[in-house]
Ligand binder design. Structure first.
Ligand SMILES: [Zn+2]
Length: 570
């Protein structure tokens, strides 16, 4: 039995994500986790919310809530939506957990001992009224370029000019409104990534089978310009993990927290600890420590392409620099972007379909099927309502749903609610068994390689083959001349339903469950041999007609939704 550690990039806490975010990491990670479990392998599938940093503080302030309370509430919201999409995380953790606090401080301590952290003095805007340093986004003033009166410390939203807080005319704190600001000296910690360039390059060269996109992004960051830069890992903020050197205080760093980019990936490990502490698993170290059994673990990460540098360089620098035997990633699956109706999804303008809205209008399987079968793998892809409608109606309703409905209803009307006995399989059945055996091997190979779109195409071809068989063998015609032959056809077709349920379950888990329930006596689990799988259940076993698996989407549905999600959400 193989062991698979699977992580999805952790979504930021401030608000509900759109469908492009979903298909960029969580959903394909879930597909892979479900597939590996179905094959009988041991899987630990982890995700969490990324909760620290200025945007969380700002979102909490906007909601009129203390930031800790805001994060706790938004974590619940994201958790419920993940359940709605049937994302089968073994644990959905929080980067603000006590486990992540301790582990982040531990890593910082190890890196300091290894001489990989240096202190740097900088000047930063300080607000006397607020009693704190202000991040760039907490300062507003008049843009020196265009005169816009609400330009932020880092950028003017009106003319898009990049700014430094000292450039602003009449700057003020967005917390208190105070204009009593001054530049003060402050100290920060930097991770000496530049010292680790050779070690990182050597490690990347040992990664077998990484996509060219992933390796080339990593190498570019290593070698372009002045090469890999040291990065600040601390911030003058209240909300975050206090800067400590292991368990010990860090002189001069009082009141500061770690920068979110440093603590967020460490949550992948801390999340496994949370999983154990929640009583869901016995031992997290056998997944994460190569000296404690993680040597035989295959670790796969899922993420959008913008996250590749952090996962190929930033996080590995933390792990390698610690000098401890932590598990490093084996394979990175990265995605391009999903666009929406000829433009981009926009959180601020409410353009596109967000995860909560999607579940309000249709069950998860509709979205899962469309998103995965159109995953932005080799290039960006685009959601259009017409394409969604065509794909749902054709693949799910006309092909799969119709097959299940026709076979079970015909059986009930002619043979009752049992699998019919009599007759035997002939050349048509043998031909389909041979075709499906070959297609199954192809499907498995594509799922192993995480070729999401190709796997979806193969699954669709497997459904189509059953439909074509049913059409060609025509049990309704055979029934009049040769009821034994009709019984054999219906029995074979019914046996395809649990076979489809097993194969489809990583993509459309709810429909798969409904299909499996139609033949409750069928053997469960992945079909190792197609001929064996399609000879059970035998005649006399129970059969139930399931409710319609999928409804067809009408033109009226599509017109309504298109108008509703064009961009008005506040
Ligand atoms: Zn401006």
């Amino acid at each position: 039995m193989a062991r698979h550690l699977i992580t999805s990039a952790i979504p930021y806490i401030n608000g509900i994500k759109h469908l492009g975010n979903l298909v960029g990491s969580q959903l394909p990670a879930d597909l892979f986790a479900r597939y590996q479990r179905a094959r009988g392998n041991e899987v630990l599938f982890l995700c969490a919310t990324d909760e620290h940093g200025t945007p969380a503080e700002l979102a909490a302030a906007k909601a009129g809530q203390p930031v800790a309370e805001y994060c706790a509430e938004m974590h619940q919201v994201q958790s419920r939506i993940a359940e709605g999409f049937r994302l089968s995380f073994d644990h959905f953790g929080r980067s603000s957990s006590p486990q992540n606090h301790a582990l982040t401080q531990h890593f910082a301590g190890r890196l300091a001992e290894a001489g990989l952290i240096r202190e740097v003095s900088e000047t930063q805007m300080y607000s006397k009224a607020d009693g704190r340093f202000l991040p760039d986004r907490y300062i507003e003033g008049t843009c020196p370029n265009c005169g816009f009166d609400s330009a932020r410390g880092d950028q003017c939203d009106n003319c898009t000019k990049q700014l430094d807080p000292v450039d602003l005319i009449n700057p003020h704190s967005t917390i208190s409104g105070s204009t009593d600001l001054e530049m003060r000296e402050t100290k920060h910690l930097y991770l000496c990534q530049s010292k680790m360039k050779d070690q990182l390059e050597e490690w990347i060269d040992t990664r077998v089978g990484w996509p060219v996109l992933t390796t080339s992004i990593a190498k570019k960051w290593l070698t372009d310009g002045d090469g890999l830069q040291d990065r600040g890992i601390t911030r003058d903020l209240d909300w975050g993990i206090p800067v400590k050197r292991g368990d010990a205080d860090w002189p001069g760093m009082e009141g500061k927290v770690f920068y979110v980019w440093f603590d967020a990936p460490i949550e992948y490990i801390a999340c496994a600890q949370e999983w154990v502490d929640a009583g869901k698993g016995p031992d997290w170290e056998r997944w994460w420590r190569t000296d404690k059994g993680a040597d035989d673990v295959t670790y796969t990460q899922f993420m959008g392409k913008d996250n590749v540098p952090f996962h190929t360089l930033g996080f590995p620098a933390t792990i390698l620099g610690s000098g401890e035997p932590w598990k490093l990633v084996d394979f990175i699956k990265s995605f391009n972007y999903l666009n929406y109706e000829g433009g981009q999804f926009s959180t601020s303008r409410g353009r596109g379909v967000f995860m909560d809205q999607a579940l309000e209008i249709l069950p998860a399987d509709y979205w899962r099927w469309w998103l995965l079968s159109h995953a932005p793998e080799s290039s960006d892809s685009e959601f259009t309502w017409e394409n969604f409608q065509a794909s749902v109606n054709k693949d799910l309703a006309d092909v799969l749903g119709n097959f299940v409905s026709r076979v079970t209803k015909f059986c009930r009307s002619k043979f009752g609610e049992i699998v019919p006995e009599g007759g035997s399989y002939g050349p048509q059945e043998e031909a389909l068994i041979a075709e499906l055996a070959e297609r199954l091997r192809t499907y498995e190979a594509q799922m192993e390689a995480i070729e999401v779109r190709k796997a979806a195409q193969e699954l669709r071809a497997i459904w189509v083959a059953g439909n074509e068989y049913l059409q060609a063998s025509a049990p309704w015609a055979a029934f009049k001349e040769d009821p034994e032959r009709a019984a054999a056809i219906v029995r074979f077709s019914l046996n395809l339903i649990p076979f489809y349920a097993a194969l489809s379950s990583p993509f459309i888990p709810d429909a798969a469950e409904a299909m499996a329930a139609a033949l409750p006596d069928a053997p469960v689990g992945w079909p190792e041999d197609v001929a064996t799988a399609l000879s059970a259940p035998t005649g006399g076993a129970a059969m139930q007609v399931p409710d319609n698996l999928f409804r067809k989407l009408t033109d009226e549905d599509v017109d309504n939704w298109k108008a509703r999600y064009a961009g008005v959400r506040s």
